[in-house]
Write a protein that binds this ligand. Structure first.
Ligand SMILES: Cc1cc2nc3c(=O)[nH]c(=O)nc-3n(C[C@H](O)[C@H](O)[C@H](O)COP(=O)(O)OP(=O)(O)OC[C@H]3O[C@@H](n4cnc5c(N)ncnc54)[C@H](O)[C@@H]3O)c2cc1C
Length: 391
């Protein structure tokens, strides 16, 4: 059990090292043996979730004041990378939940923080964040879900899709329009904390290429009544900023997942290439394979450095939009490239479900889509470059 402390846990401290090592040992001991089983059965890993609760992961970035571990972005990124190098999907179970928690922690009223954060931190109440709709992902300001003021509260109608933890979770941060006519559009958007019940249900679990065992679902709201205290921050019109305000940290996290997959693919390829023999020698002795291994290792190191840089800046309160976008872009592409190279190195066996590389290959592309697609990251990077270098 990782003990909650009274201060934010910074990188490089004994405490941080202890937490990282504890998680690394746990992932190796508990996740590695069951990853294939849960992934292939697409089954929610109840026992792993119970262990993650025990480890404090559902409160990893929640302040100790509310019962969380208070990990800095640098330390959190390290544990995300370690877990993802073995099996990425379990990270989504606590990470989406922590995005919802971060929204309350950063933007909630004191009463909302007291009400929700302690229960989020223990994992007693679990869920995620509902932004995407069938007609709107990148263009979030086009969402159609509506919260209509009625008496002392609101009535919510609409549909969310692709929501991580949508079936297993019970509590979600939901982005809606409170004023669909507002201009600019984002001024008419608000975030509510909604719990499943009358008028709020998961309609269907979406079947996926990868990122299995964790559920992605469509959420439906039909005259779902909520009290006004569930409006995050207590003021309408701030939902868009609340949703995108956590994106820098979100991008560092997705980058860490991509880098984790990239390093897992490298680790497995390095091992296999020294075991597999062709033409009388291990394939690691063929220069064509060595070139792949060298590129894979370089990508992992570069991704790690970009993530460390972005996370360090985030932790010291410096602006890091450019750095977190670069880390997200590079590390997620590294995950895709390294998993494909591992497939090539494993030859025909890469197609066998007896090995892990086919899972890395199916899981990696999601990192290029989540927390802003990589097309959008390039646009953000270019805009920042121009803004920071005016002539
Ligand atoms: C497994 C999974 C889990 C997810 N979990 C969640 C979750 O928990 N909560 C949640 O709210 N959402 C979640 N999502 C949704 C995810 O955030 C969206 O899929 C993502 O934001 C992209 O939106 P979209 O799919 O609507 O693509 P679109 O916005 O339709 O984009 C399609 C393509 O057009 C490009 N594009 C769009 N606009 C521009 C532009 N202006 N300039 C250049 N290119 C552009 C995009 O880069 C992309 O290549 C999840 C998705 C998946 C697959």
């Amino acid at each position: 059990m990782v003990n909650p402390t009274d201060s934010v846990i910074a990188a490089g401290t004994d405490e941080a090292r202890e937490i990282i090592e504890t998680i690394e040992r746990w992932a190796e001991r508990e996740l590695r043996p069951v990853a294939k089983k849960y992934d292939h059965a697409d089954e929610y890993p109840e026992d792993i979730v119970a262990q993650m609760k025990e480890l404090g992961l559902f409160g990893a970035t929640i302040s100790p004041e509310y019962g969380g571990l208070g990990l800095s972005a640098s330390v959190y990124a390290r544990i995300v990378m370690s877990i993802s190098s073995i099996w990425m999907a379990p990270v989504g179970i606590f990470n989406s939940h922590l995005i919802m928690a971060a929204c309350v922690q950063r933007h909630g009223t004191p009463a909302q923080k007291q009400r929700w954060l302690p229960r989020f931190a223990t994992g007693e109440l679990r869920g995620g964040i509902g932004l995407t709709e069938p007609n709107a992902g990148t263009d979030l300001q086009s969402i159609r879900s509506l919260a209509r003021r009625e008496g002392e509260g609101y009535v919510i109608n609409g549909t969310k899709t692709w929501i991580t933890n949508g079936v297993q979770g019970t509590c979600f941060g939901i982005l809606v329009k409170t004023d669909p006519e507002a201009q600019p559009r984002h001024k008419g958007m608000s975030m509510f904390i909604c719990e499943k019940g009358d008028g709020f249900r998961a309609a269907k679990k979406i079947k996926k290429l990868g990122y299995k065992a964790i559920d992605s679902a469509e959420l439906v709201f039909e005259d779902h009544r909520v009290e006004a205290e569930r409006l995050v921050g207590g003021v309408e019109g701030r939902g868009f900023q609340q949703a995108v305000g956590g994106l820098e940290l979100g991008r560092i996290n997705v980058a860490a997942r991509g880098a984790g997959i990239a390093s897992g693919a490298l680790r497995d390829a390095l091992r296999y290439s020294q075991e597999r023999q062709t033409f009388g020698k291990p394939i690691s002795q063929h220069q064509a394979i060595q070139l792949k291994l060298a590129d894979m290792a370089t990508r992992v190191e570069a991704a790690r450095l970009l993530i460390d840089q972005a996370a360090r800046k985030y932790d010291t309160g410096e602006r890091c939009d450019l750095e977190s976008s670069m880390a997200k872009l590079f590390a997620s592409e590294a995950g895709v490239e390294n998993s494909l190279e591992a497939m090539r190195i494993f030859g025909g066996y890469s197609y066998s479900t007896d090995f892990d590389v086919e899972r890395y290959y199916r899981d990696a592309p999601l990192m290029c889509i989540g927390e802003g697609t990589n097309e959008m990251q390039r646009i953000i990077i270019a805009r920042q470059l121009i803004e920071r270098n005016p002539i």
